[in-house]
Every structure is written in structure tokens, then in C-alpha cells.
Design a protein around this ligand. Structure first.
Ligand code: DGJ
Length: 404
């Protein structure tokens, strides 16, 4: 330690400033995780606390205010009472990180650049019988706040432990506080015994014996177009498949669950119940045979709904898609790849996870994408880029660094 201080006058100066500044000490002490750390670590964290970020650096390692890389993949943001909360999959190193070993990590921020570690919002269970047993697949967690119940409600894509991606379930958890802890309520498939608003006649006919109970989830697995296979009818009684997912709360407080269904071939948009804990029974199916994954919705002050999504190519990036509608129930009109310029064919090596509406800035939206690393999941990076609009079409381009 002695030589460290000797050889590093600027760092020593920062440490001194940090120790002398009650505000900085307070911020550092406010994170759940910090309280558990020893005093040596805390000194180092005070140093990194002094290095505050003032811009976005897409694709680069993004350290939290403790100087540790943010671990919140497939994430989403909640804005509540002046703070942003970033929820995401906590990944561990290696391929083990493609399964849930820890749970959903949450961070808080006032400025979107600097994120405080608030700890694990939802922990996986040590009980092997639990739906969220350690080793399950728990992806794309999103949290919304319900004004009527004063509860924070988390939804996520859940696959049961050791069952690959066959279960295609939605998980729900609830908390009294934005940073949790969240309590797992249940997992289930959406819309059991309900037909969508745009059901077609053939969906209600008996399902052919040739329709298998499961396909591979990829684009080339279905033997025919999903509109002739009737996967909707196949899953009518047990509930519709729900994999990649997102949430959207409209201006009237109604919330929607958006998910890849029918073997990933078709996107479903389902209205949630008033308490956000289940489904209202009203839903629609859209983009049939387009295999939309990573879907994320936002709405402009002009009242237009936009949807950003990816193609379905596993962990590999692909060209993003965009679509617009006057009503959430469609018709949806595709607008093409919203990414423009070099590397737009791979969405700058990323896949959409959420579109963040910046508080207090009219029609200011941020594309949030993941740069997955399935061989070393913890090293996945984040690509956040600002949307612009031209002729009613949203687009974003690459920037090495940018500010709000
Ligand atoms: C693509 C999805 O978008 C991810 O969330 C994840 O489920 C991977 N597929 C798994 O291959």
C-alpha cells in the first residue's frame, strides 16, 4: 500500500477528496452490497466513485460506481420517483452463465451514466423443486410499478432447470420497493383457454395429429407457415408459449406483455390484469412467421406505438426490425432496420432488450442492446444508442461516445 500511494499522487488525491466529501461517502455507503465489503475494498471503491462518468460508451466495459462491471444483461429500466432502476440477468463466467446461478441484479442511477449496485433483486432458489431453482434459465427481467396496488411487479422469461427452452413460461415476482427484494409468485403460460382478438377461423378447428408438441424454436424448424399449422390451437388449453419478452405501460396505466410465441414464429401482445400480476384475457398475435425476438415497445407524444425487435438467430446478432402502429392492437406496419451505417446488419453486434424513454426530455428514446458472449456470459456488453426520427421512422447510428 505504501508504494501504491507514493507512486500515485493523483489517486491519493482522489482518495483524500473522497474521504473528505460526506456526499461521496454517503453515496458509497448507500448500496446494499457495499455494507458487506471490508474497509480496504471500500477505500478502493471510494477512488472509483470519484471517477464519475459523463457520457455513454457503447460496447465498452461499463463499471458501476464501485468500479465493478455492471452485471444486468437482457435488462430493462424502471423510472420511479427521480431514479432509474436497471434490472437484468446476473451472469457468471463461462457457459454456466447462460443459466441463472444468482438471479436478477438491480442498479440505480439519477443520470443514466453512473449506476449504484443495489444488489440482487430476485434470487434464484436453492430448493431444486422451485420453478426458479438455481440453474434454471431466467431471461429478460422487466419491472413496472402499479399505482393502484403500490407494488413493483417483475416479469421474466423462465425455462425450468434442465429442460432446455421447452417450458416457454412467464415468471412473475413482486416487491414493495423498486430495488427489491422481490418475492417470486408463480410461473405460467399466458392466456390459457383464451382466443386472441385477431383469431382466425381455422384456429378453432381441431388440431391435426401431425402437429408436434414442440419444435426447435428456430426459423427452419416448422414444417409449414405458422398460420397453417395452428400452433395457437395446439397450445389453447395449456397456454401460449412465451419466450423473449418485454413490458410496456401505456399512458392510461394499462400494461402489456410482449413475447415471442408459437415456437418463436409469432409475436403476442397481451394486456395484463389491473394489478399487473396476470393477464386480462385480451391479446393479439402479430408478425406471424417473422420470428421477432428481443421485442421492445415505446410510444411518442404523437401517440404512435413503435416496436423494435431482432430476428431469431440464437446468441448471434442480426439486423434489427422496427414497426409502427396507431393502436397497440395494430395494424402494425414494418419500417425496416432502424440501425443505419456500418455494422447496421448486426445492429452494431447487439440485440435489442429495451427502449428507454428519458425522463423530462420529450420524445427522447435510447436503444438498449446486448452484445452477448455465450462462451463467457459475464463478459457480455451493453450497446446504448440514441434514437432519432426522420419522416416518422425511428433510427439510430453508431457512436463511440455520446451524451444526452
Ligand atoms: C435469443 C434470445 O433473444 C435470448 O434472450 C436467448 O434466449 C438466446 N436466444 C438463447 O439462445
Amino acid at each position: 500500500m505504501k508504494s501504491f500511494f507514493k507512486s500515485s499522487i493523483p489517486v491519493a488525491f482522489l482518495l483524500l477528496v473522497a474521504i473528505q466529501s460526506p456526499a461521496k461517502v454517503k453515496i458509497v455507503m448507500s448500496g446494499n452490497s457495499i455494507a458487506k465489503k471490508d474497509s480496504t475494498n471500500e477505500s478502493l471503491k471510494l477512488i472509483s466513485q470519484a471517477k464519475r462518468l459523463s457520457s455513454f460508451l457503447p460496447g465498452q466495459i461499463w463499471n458501476d460506481t464501485d468500479g465493478v462491471p455492471v452485471n444486468a444483461h437482457g435488462g430493462g429500466i424502471l423510472y420511479h420517483e427521480g431514479s432509474y432502476y436497471w434490472y437484468g440477468e446476473h451472469k457468471v463466467a463461462g457457459t454456466l452463465g447462460n443459466t441463472a446461478q444468482v438471479g436478477v441484479h438491480v442498479y440505480s442511477s439519477k443520470d443514466l451514466y453512473n449506476w449504484n449496485d443495489e444488489g440482487i433483486a430476485l434470487k434464484v432458489s436453492d430448493d431444486p423443486k422451485s420453478d426458479i431453482a438455481k440453474g434454471c434459465v431466467l431471461e429478460r427481467p422487466k419491472v413496472i410499478y402499479n399505482q393502484k396496488t403500490n407494488k413493483f411487479v417483475m416479469w421474466f422469461h423462465l425455462e425450468l432447470k434442465d429442460q432446455g427452452y421447452n417450458a416457454a413460461l412467464s415468471g412473475v415476482a413482486v416487491s414493495d420497493y423498486p430495488a427489491g427484494p422481490f418475492t417470486f409468485i408463480r410461473s405460467f403460460r399466458p392466456n390459457t383457454g383464451c382466443w386472441p382478438v385477431n383469431v382466425q377461423k381455422f384456429h378453432k378447428r381441431p388440431v391435426s395429429d401431425t402437429i408436434k408438441s414442440a419444435y426447435c424454436g428456430g426459423k427452419d424448424c416448422l414444417p409449414a407457415h405458422p398460420d397453417t399449422l395452428n400452433l395457437l390451437g395446439r397450445d389453447f388449453k395449456k397456454g401460449q408459449m412465451a419466450r423473449d419478452m418485454n413490458l410496456f405501460v401505456d399512458d392510461d396505466g394499462k400494461a402489456y406483455h410482449i413475447y415471442s410465441s408459437e415456437e418463436n414464429s409469432t409475436l403476442h401482445i397481451s394486456q395484463l390484469s389491473d394489478d399487473y400480476l396476470s393477464f386480462s384475457g385480451k391479446y393479439g398475435r402479430f408478425f406471424s412467421n417473422r420470428y421477432m425476438e428481443g421485442a421492445a415497445m415505446f410510444k411518442t407524444t404523437k401517440g404512435k406505438y413503435y416496436l423494435i425487435a431482432s430476428d431469431c438467430t440464437g446468441w448471434d446478432p442480426n439486423a434489427a426490425r422496427s414497426a409502427v402502429a396507431e393502436s397497440i392492437w395494430g395494424p402494425w406496419k414494418e419500417l425496416g432496420n432502424p440501425a443505419i451505417g456500418k455494422d447496421s446488419a448486426s445492429t452494431f453486434h447487439s440485440q435489442s432488450t429495451y427502449i428507454l424513454s428519458v425522463s423530462g426530455k420529450k420524445d427522447s428514446f435510447i436503444f438498449m442492446g446486448d452484445r452477448w458472449d455465450p462462451n463467457n456470459a459475464i463478459d457480455g456488453r451493453y450497446v446504448w444508442l440514441p434514437f432519432e426520427f426522420k419522416g416518422g421512422k425511428p433510427y439510430f447510428k453508431w457512436a463511440d461516445e455520446w451524451k444526452l
